[in-house]
Design a protein around this ligand. Structure first.
Ligand SMILES: [Zn+2]
Length: 154
């Protein structure tokens, strides 16, 4: 009897989307949408990036970022709004896996450091580089936010 009651009282949407009741309900972009987003972002990449990273690697990193944000949410590169990260966290900050050429294992790398490397002006990037090698502080104070424009000015 008890088992039947428990079953009936459960919210059918609780189990949907892998949220597990943690509130992490979101809709990933399709593979096509990820590619489209990465194509769009590539236009804004600073030219210093091509000097230190092959294009396939750049796209691989951008794909990881595009794959872990809500398809209906704001764009972390182009929009002003909070962009919530649904990927992995390390030391409390959003990370993706960076696989450097010649290294056997991928390393967790802070998403906002990658975004700054890709999209910041040379002056801002140089100033940010002087900060400790952890995730950059965010103006909004939201540790789940990866909006590029929220990276605090050093
Ligand atoms: Zn933010």
């Amino acid at each position: 009897m008890a088992a039947i009651c428990r079953c009936c009282s459960e919210d059918p949407f609780e189990a949907f989307g892998g949220g597990g009741g943690s509130g992490r309900k979101w809709t990933p972009k399709s593979a096509y949408e990820v590619t489209e987003t990465v194509d769009n972002w590539e236009q804004y990449i600073n030219e210093r990036v091509a000097k230190s990273m092959p294009e396939a690697m750049v796209r691989g990193l951008l794909e990881q970022i595009a794959s872990n944000i809500d398809k209906y949410g704001p764009d972390p590169v182009l929009d002003d709004e909070e962009c919530i990260w649904y990927g992995n966290f390390f030391q409390g900050a959003p990370v993706i896996q960076l696989h450097k050429p010649g290294e056997t294992e991928a390393q967790p790398t802070f998403v906002n450091r990658i975004l700054a490397f890709f999209f910041a002006t040379d002056a801002k990037f140089a100033a940010l580089q002087k900060l400790p090698k952890v995730a950059f502080p965010m103006d909004c104070g939201n540790s789940k936010c990866i909006a590029y424009r929220h990276i605090a000015d050093p």
